[in-house]
Write a protein that binds this ligand. Structure first.
Ligand code: DSN
Length: 427
């Protein structure tokens, strides 16, 4: 009997434990991450991970799905209620997978689509070099207004009429302000395009009624991941209106088009998260936006160049900072230095950066959703801004700041806006 490989098991389990200890003592500001409540974590670490359930609830290609069917049916009902959509499909296993389903179901190779350029905040799956291009779609990018940090509505309207796309895509990975769906969706519909909104970053804010409401503003389809402002496990989903004869095409593209089995344990985690958001989502999303504004203001007061000052800095969970004049390497210098101090965020291209600057972009992208979830309020955002200033402007040794970050973070160890811990003090 060989026990020669047990050390690898031990190493893996140790690394997981070390990772969890480390993360619980850092200030995580990655705008695309979050943490799950104990209930959601339990749902994911469950026997649902051991099943196949291809197909629809009550119409599976596998036996033994009775409990899984019950959970998925509860989930479809809760997501339709939460987002007031006609249909909810919890099967996509990621946001990119959800986008692929739309690209396969509602467009053909050679069709034109319009989406946001990656330098302007678009997601890689919307790009010519990503899933959209690999589906054979001709990708055009939205004209962008750097001053407004948003899609240029007049030029976009002209582009839609000129290109006559099959699909237009709103949403992306970097956008502090709502996209002009209301203004452009009617134009897109006029030329026969479907209107899709990739809500990956802002799904939790939409659930809480604190950002734009794409399905009411003219979008027909929301694709999303489920783990950014929406505090679920990693995964994806599609919410959609009745698309007429295209409904069946989209459904066929989801399964068997771009996935076979969905990840049932993640599906269960999404459903528990939907219940949390129906109960606590409004308060959570309100605090996320308040915290983002408070952090932006505090960073500006500390001397940082924060994007969007004349528009109140942000209406989402994101704060965008231009650090290009602080140091050679800009974001590529700042993000690793902050990691040494226990502050985790990512460097980001800003709209005026050429793509070659991807390793040394001008910007930092900051998201406050995870720190909101552990109970931080506006005053705590001031502390965070000061920690960041000590590292990037005062040039204090990161290790010294790290100690203070550690003790500060020690006071925030529960996951609020959940059935496990309820609301934080002050809510
Ligand atoms: N959506 C990306 C991000 O914003 O970090 C990950 O794919």
């Amino acid at each position: 009997m060989s026990e020669g490989y047990k050390e690898y098991r031990d190493k893996v389990l140790n690394f997981i434990e070390e990772h969890e200890n480390w993360r619980s003592h850092t200030i995580n500001l990655i705008a695309s991450e979050n943490i799950t409540s104990p209930s959601v974590t339990r749902a994911v670490a469950s026997g649902f991970m051991h099943k196949y359930a291809e197909g629809w609830p009550k119409a599976r290609y596998y036996q033994g799905c009775r409990y899984i069917d019950e959970v998925e049916l509860i989930g479809v009902d809760l997501f339709c209620r939460l987002f007031k959509s006609d249909f909810a499909d919890l099967r996509p296993i990621s946001g990119t997978n959800a986008n692929q389903a739309v690209f396969f179901g509602l467009a053909q190779p050679g069709d034109h689509i319009i989406s946001l350029h990656t330098s302007h905040g678009g997601h890689i799956s919307h790009a010519g070099f990503g899933s959209a291009g690999m589906r054979g779609l001709n990708v055009h990018t939205w004209p962008f207004d750097n001053e407004e940090f948003n899609i240029d509505v007049d030029k976009a309207e002209r582009l839609i009429r000129e290109v006559e796309p099959r699909l237009v895509v709103f949403g992306g990975s970097l956008y502090p302000f709502p996209h002009p769906v209301k203004e452009l969706a009617p134009v897109a519909r006029e030329v026969g395009a479907h209107v899709m909104y990739d809500a990956a970053h802002v799904l939790g804010l939409i659930a809480g009624g604190q950002f734009q409401d794409p399905l009411r503003e003219g979008a027909e389809i929301i694709t999303s991941s489920t783990h950014k402002t929406f505090p679920g496990p990693q995964g994806g989903l599609i919410l959609y209106k009745n698309l007429g004869e295209d409904t069946a095409k989209l459904q066929w593209a989801i399964f068997p088009g771009v996935l076979s089995n969905h990840h049932l344990h993640h599906m269960a985690g999404k459903v528990v998260t939907a219940a949390e958001m129906l109960e606590y989502g409004q308060k959570y999303a309100t605090q996320v936006v308040k915290n983002a504004k408070a952090l932006a203001e505090a960073m500006a007061e500390e001397g940082f160049k924060v994007i969007g000052e004349d528009k109140g800095y942000t209406e989402s969970h994101q704060v965008i900072v231009d650090v290009s004049d602080l140091h050679e390497g800009a974001g590529g210098w700042a993000a690793p230095l902050l990691e040494e101090a226990g502050i985790i965020l990512n460097k980001n291209l800003l709209p005026w950066d050429p793509l070659e600057k991807v390793e040394k972009p001008s910007g930092l992208r900051i998201g406050v959703q995870e720190m909101t979830r552990v109970g931080m309020m506006e005053n705590d955002m001031k502390e965070i801004a000061h920690f960041i200033k000590r590292v990037l402007i005062d040039r204090e040794e990161p290790i010294k700041v790290k100690k203070d970050v550690y003790y500060f973070r020690q006071g925030f160890q529960k996951v609020y806006y959940s059935f496990d811990y309820g609301l934080p003090l002050g809510e």
